[in-house]
Ligand binder design. Sequence first.
Ligand SMILES: C[S@@+](CC[C@H](N)C(=O)[O-])C[C@H]1O[C@@H](n2cnc3c(N)ncnc32)[C@H](O)[C@@H]1O
Length: 221
Amino acid sequence: MKLSKRLAAIKQFVLKDSILADIGCDHAYLPCACVLDGTCVRAYACDINEGPLQRAMATIKETDTLDRVFPLLCAGLSDCPEEVDCVIISGMGYETIKMILENDFERLPQFKRLILQSNSDVDLLRQWLSDHSFAIVDEDLVHEGHYYQIVVAEPFGGRKLSDDEILFGPLMPQKELFQEYWEYRRHKLSLILDQLAEDHDKYAELTELFQRIDKQLKTSS
Ligand SMILES: C[S@@+](CC[C@H](N)C(=O)[O-])C[C@H]1O[C@@H](n2cnc3c(N)ncnc32)[C@H](O)[C@@H]1O
């Protein structure tokens, strides 16, 4: 099954022989791909909306995985079966991901791994994980129209991340697209700063961010 670059990058982190829940699965491409190549024993394709779940059902039928991929109409992790040990939450904004994690916070230690891909505020997501003692065990960065950051977290053994690790990612500097991505962000920021009056509310904050990115790029080049 051919996955997009972003979904393939997410899939590489799914634990072998795990029982997966893809929360907000939409087409259920990931759960189907994971059972088809034997990465997962079983998978739950979960979504809060009927439309996406119907799309999930169509993929499950097309891929002949009805015996191993189970569609579930549910909000977040609330009805996620006890046997699930690996969770994907991807393609949503940080606030939605945070809400899903916080609504079932007491269940999170049940999962060996959470694979998170937020479309916004990835630094806030890392801050949340650090504040709640999750370990970031891997990360990746892919480009497919936009840049997407993937954060792989496990519920135990986390340490407090530094401010730079929160912003750039503790493991991101080793990744292939790291330099390219932050050069792109620095460039975008320089265009914004060029247009902003020095007494604007955001000027000092964005200048500080620009300087941090500039320093990081000089260190890692
Ligand atoms: C943009 S799609 C992302 C689909 C897929 N995860 C991906 O990465 O391509 C977001 C999906 O999340 C679902 N969703 C949003 N909030 C949710 C929640 N609280 N619980 C479960 N699903 C949710 C939406 O219905 C939608 O199908």
